[in-house]
Design a protein. Structure first.
Length: 76
């Protein structure tokens, strides 16, 4: 949940993960109970998504160290 909050706090509207396609695992049940939804299966991997909740942390409420770079590209 801390990772989700970090991603919400920097403005992501949705996040994704992938796991094995076996829906009988504890991991799958955990993700489903935490609000993740099935998206698609590719090459035996189940991709799941989660939309930003309305009550997610706003970007000003979470402190992110300056050394922690979340950008896709680093600028110099």
């Amino acid at each position: 949940m801390a990772t989700e909050n970090l991603l919400w706090s920097v403005g992501h509207a949705s996040i994704w993960l992938w796991t094995g396609e076996d829906r009988g695992t504890r991991a799958f049940r955990l993700y489903m109970s935490a609000g993740w939804t099935e998206s698609e299966v590719k090459e035996h991997q189940l991709f799941m998504t989660k939309e930003r909740p309305n009550n997610a942390l706003e970007s000003t409420t979470m402190l992110v160290p300056k050394s922690f770079d979340l950008s896709a590209e680093k600028t110099k």
